[in-house]
Design a protein. Sequence first.
Length: 188
Amino acid sequence: MGEEELAAALAFFKALADKSRLRILGLLADRPCSVEELAASLGLRTPTVSHHLQTLRRLGLVGMRPEGTTHLYTLDLSRLQSLGRQLLAPEKVASLAAQDVEEAWQHKVLRDFFSGEELREIPASRKKRLVVLSWLASRFEQDRRYTEREVNEVLRRHHPDVATLRREFIATGLMQRHEGVYWRTGGA
């Protein structure tokens, strides 16, 4: 879920996380009401109800239409259902946690295998090895060409087995090599 979608989800849930706003939606689900009718039904002051209606209108959940000298507020049920389906789709909800879980796991792997910037051992697990290799690949500039000697110098700062690390970079597609020249193609 992107930042814009996350902001929309937060606005939606904040709006619905208020008891008075939920009750307003419930009343408007039955019939259109004026601010005064809503205030009387809820036992709230009209400015408070107006404030809640403004929040709900910003999300497009409530509409307003003039009727004589009064404004009637209506629930846009299709918008409420659409937002609910859109924001509560299983893949959207799962994406909220997946990003954090994956990031936390990667940090754990790096903590487990590194002491400062020194790689204690190359992980046997492919998935963990890819996390370590991605971190090591980030030590190289994306658009720069490196000689094998330069690659070795960078890698030696982190682990003595530079030949294995170079081979792993090529095998995982994090780097490419041609005639002794290396360049980064992926990684964090």
